[in-house]
Design a protein around this ligand. Structure first.
Ligand code: NDP
Length: 607
């Protein structure tokens, strides 16, 4: 393919017309409507934990140094860094029955992380661990997070199967007061929100869902009691059963091959096809560990991140679909002397070439041409989160797998099963692989409880018109509160979420250590610093709505409404943000140790 737009077969007008027609089939009213699983009268039980029995316990009434809300990657890393800073009493609080966050909940068949394990699994050097595969299975990631928790003794004071119902800053005590759904009353000096970015399961509002008479569940609460088996074992109780799999995103595509192996029949209900790139998973080379030198993991994460940002690197260490396709489409080649118009045209042609590769892959792997056609993604690569898998597409060659095309969604669900195009599909079980509320969901909603700061103001009220923060991690009026950095929150976005969690955790741990060394009891963000940070975020916001409006609807373009994106919820730097500048800034701030941008109240020094 040529960088000047000379991609073979590229007819811009024809391609745009096709893409818009595919978009329009999916832009139907109510497509993004969801049931609120916290309150929905029929489906709140979907949130129940199928993995760990719920045990009664007495309410806790005590005082600790830090409460960390969330025991996933971000929470575990933040707590580990706090430990390193010498903090003794840390309470992790989580609705789950144990450590792990997304890897605690997502145990569906075939679960695997599609970001390379050597950069995704944190603290590998510190724990002396080398992942067994290039892309780790969920069980291995969960065990690793557990190992980190063990190393830093984080479960000792943890409260699992516990939801925070309210957090209130108490001025006189200079403490946060945390109330929970188990009747706990915990006072803490610092409160860390590590609630995750895709933590709220999403169920669509398909008419009649509640009437279905068979078994149904969300993929993030896999019902192994019903299906039998395990994440990487045959689903022994599905023999003779017909299953409906709704959703073909990163989760659905991983679930299908194991479902196809065990069930009598699987109907896959597809609203929008994902672009499925090559996976190339393989066991870790036995010689790999011997090649690693101190600092290798940070360097490898940086190498990946540099490629994502289009920076020059000596070698592509990860060398996969993210670096080949995702990064390349973000930063298409630009020949010298190209005008902006020429560049945009050639970027479109380049994108077309990459999407054609994906469409050809479907043709190569799927025997039935009609099925293959339905599985082909017709949109620009960045319109939807890309997927990578080597067994998903060929699963449609099994006689017991049927693809059901439903671009406008499922019409309704009856007692017997889903209805599409007037046809009723009788099934025993429905698996909702319908995803999560988007990562841009405002923090107060992701946190799921009232966070009440100075003067009785809630974070939800303060952020009603958009985020306001310093570094995306602290907010004026909410003293001694940290929020782990996340998309939509004035920080940066990274494809490898772990890298952001590592940075946020180091910042929280080192800041608390610094505050303690300086005898600071209370910090708050100064008005000036918050205004300046927010202004930086707004100033660097790039309005991509002209391009994104042509996309097939997805959470990336706000389900077809990119114009509604709020610049205040943007990133530090253009687009996904400037990771390296952001990290330099935080590390420089910590090195200086002057608490610039904070108002600090020191403890009286005893005479
Ligand atoms: P997604 O949001 O990506 O996919 C949900 C699927 O459900 C889509 O195919 C969607 O269709 C479909 N859907 C929703 N509502 C309906 C409806 N009413 N009728 C028919 N279909 C419907 O969720 P996932 O759980 O797959 O993934 C969420 C995110 O979690 C990923 O993007 C990724 O960030 C993360 N993840 C990461 C993994 C990893 O390996 N790192 C693995 C799994 C998940 P449509 O596309 O039209 O909206």
């Amino acid at each position: 393919m040529a960088a000047d737009g000379g991609t073979p077969g590229f007819d811009p007008e024809a391609v745009r017309t096709k893409y818009l027609a595919e978009r329009d089939k999916r832009l139907v009213p109510g497509r993004a409507d969801i049931r609120d699983l916290r309150t929905d009268e029929h489906f709140t039980h979907y949130r129940d934990d199928p993995f760990t029995p719920y045990a009664e316990r007495a309410p806790v009434d005590d005082e600790v140094d830090v409460v960390v809300l969330g025991g996933g990657i971000a929470g575990v890393l933040a707590a580990a860094q706090l430990r390193k800073a010498g903090v003794e009493r840390i309470r992790i609080v989580d609705l789950a029955g144990g450590i792990g966050g997304t890897w605690y909940w997502n145990r569906y068949p075939g679960v695997m992380c599609d970001v390379e394990s050597y950069i995704y699994m944190p603290m590998l050097e510190e724990l002396g661990y080398v992942p067994t595969r290039r892309y780790a299975y969920g069980e291995e990631i969960l065990a690793h997070l557990q190992a980190i928790a063990d190393r830093f003794d984080l479960e000792r004071d943890a409260l699992f199967h516990t939801g925070v119902t309210r957090a209130q800053w108490c001025e006189e005590a200079a403490r946060w007061r945390i109330s929970t759904d188990r009747g706990d009353d915990i006072r803490c000096s610092f409160y860390v929100l590590a609630v995750g970015i895709l933590n709220l399961m999403k169920l669509p509002t398909i008419p009649g869902m509640e009437d279905f008479a068979g078994r149904s569940f969300h993929a993030a609460r896999w019902d192994y009691e019903y299906t039998g088996g395990g994440a990487h074992e045959p689903l022994t109780r599905l023999g003779g059963k017909t299953v409906a799999l709704i959703g073909t995103g990163a989760t659905g595509i991983q679930c299908l091959p194991p479902l196809a192996e065990s069930a009598e029949h699987v109907y896959v209900f597809q609203r929008t096809p994902s672009a499925i790139g090559v996976r190339g998973n393989r066991p870790t080379d036995p010689g790999f560990a011997g090649t690693l030198t101190p600092g290798w993991q940070r360097a490898r994460m940086d190498n990946f991140q540099a490629i994502m940002l289009g920076r020059p690197v000596e070698a592509d260490e990860v060398d996969d679909g993210w670096t080949h396709h995702y990064a390349a489409v973000h930063h298409p080649p630009r020949a010298e002397g190209m005008t902006m118009a020429e560049y945009l045209r050639s970027a479109e042609a380049f994108d077309y070439g990459i999407m054609e590769e994906h469409r050809h892959r479907v043709e190569e792997l799927v025997d039935d041409p009609a099925t293959a056609e339905i599985l082909k993604p017709y949109y620009r690569y960045l319109c939807k989160r890309p997927c990578f898998h080597d067994e998903y597409l060929s699963a449609f060659n099994h006689p017991n797998v049927t693809l059901v095309d439903c671009p406008a969604g499922i019409e309704r669900i009856t007692k017997e099963g889903p209805v599409v195009g007037g046809r009723q599909y009788d099934v025993d079980c429905i698996v909702y692989g319908t995803g999560f509320e988007p990562e841009l969901t405002p923090l107060p909603r992701r946190a799921g409880h009232q966070i009440v700061g100075r003067g009785g103001t809630t974070l939800a009220d303060k952020w009603a018109e958009g985020a306001a923060s310093l570094f995306g991690m602290m907010s004026r009026g909410f003293p001694n509160l940290f929020a782990m950095p996340a998309p939509g929150q004035q920080a940066v976005v990274t494809v490898n979420y772990t890298q952001l969690a590592v940075l946020g955790a180091e910042f929280v741990g080192r800041t608390v250590g610094l505050l303690r060394r300086h005898g600071v009891q209370v910090f708050d963000v100064s008005a000036q610093a918050e205004e300046a940070w927010t202004a930086k975020i707004v100033d660097s916001f790039v309005d991509g709505s002209a391009v994104m409006a042509a996309c097939t609807p997805s959470r990336i373009n706000n389900e077809g409404h990119p114009e509604a994106m709020n610049p205040r919820n943007g990133n530090y730097g253009r687009g996904m943000g400037d990771w390296f500048a952001y990290r330099d800034l935080l590390e420089g701030w910590l090195e200086a140790g002057t608490f610039e941008g904070l108002e600090v109240e020191r403890q009286p020094i005893p005479s």
